[in-house]
Design a protein around this ligand. Sequence first.
Ligand SMILES: Cc1ncc(COP(=O)(O)O)c(C=O)c1O
Length: 363
Amino acid sequence: MKNKIQLSSCSQSAMHISVKEALQQYTDSLEHQGMNWMQWMAECEGARELFAQQINANVNEIAILSSVSHAASAIATSIKPNGRRNKVVITDFDFPTIGHVWRSAEDEFEISFLRQNESGFNTLKDYETALSDDLLLFSTSHVNYYNGYKQNLKEISSCVHKKGGYLFVDAYQSFGQTPIDVKDMEIDFLAAGMQKYGLGIPGIAFLYVNEKIANELTPKITGWFGQVNPFAFDVRGKEYADGARRFDSGTFAMINGYAAHAALKILNGLDMKLVEKHLEVLSDVAKQEIQKTGLESRSQFQLTEKGSTTAVFFTNASEVEQSLAKEGIILSARNDVIRIAPHYYNTEEDVKTAIQALAKQLK
Ligand SMILES: Cc1ncc(COP(=O)(O)O)c(C=O)c1O
């Protein structure tokens, strides 16, 4: 985007030229070829493959869905209580959609919410104390959407597994800005979409299901793409595909697949450790700059416990977002905070300029 400072990756990252071209390629295929199923499918499968690589999974451990809500619903409707093990614990970190999904299944599971402390985080000790031996599944976010708090997934998965439960990770706010290795972190389920730090657009999301678990689950939200052979055209049949592919359902959102494939080529070409380092530097710049103003940060964490997002308190956050957009500074409001969310392409100067503009809004 020319002549603007885009710092809204917690909501929508800047559009890369190759994503724009990919969107154009899809519309060109409609206009000039009418139909090109082979290519459309190849783009979506290419995106699946690159997403798998990005999180160190096998391609058969990834389902292509439409949103993170869809991914959470896919698990909530396929997992079963196991004897007395029926407790599903959600954190207050979780994006509201996760609560809505699991509460819709409260006739089947005992659902409880784990409160976050006043500074907006939980410690491992909190989890060790709160999770009991009848835990079925623990859901939490890798990076918090509101304040950017980043959790240590390896420690959390070890704690959850000691209690005998599964770990579901909502990685929508971390995917694309920090390394994720589902094998090393021993994650059971992970969902992420492309719109935020993923450099893509909404309408497509991926669900990772560990291969050791996937075939034990029978999806209820399903369809022909989740079958062993979608092209068997056997209306009476029901034979789920192997692995996470059983969670695919209907025709993929093709244009979103094009965008996701292009975005993932860019992401996978970056060194995610360097991206994370760069964003830590920008977080530090944001912290120093905020201290020079009367702004109130809601992201007072150690840099290693923080994703890119720095949240600043404003009672009229939405108005402030609109006002700064008029100055060409794109930030993202949520509730009572404005989020400054740089990506690998942002500079220290971008962050300073945004914070100085925010400080003027206090007057
Ligand atoms: C952490 C997190 N999870 C889930 C969602 C919602 O995702 P979707 O709209 O794809 O269901 C958001 C949206 O902001 C989010 O930040």
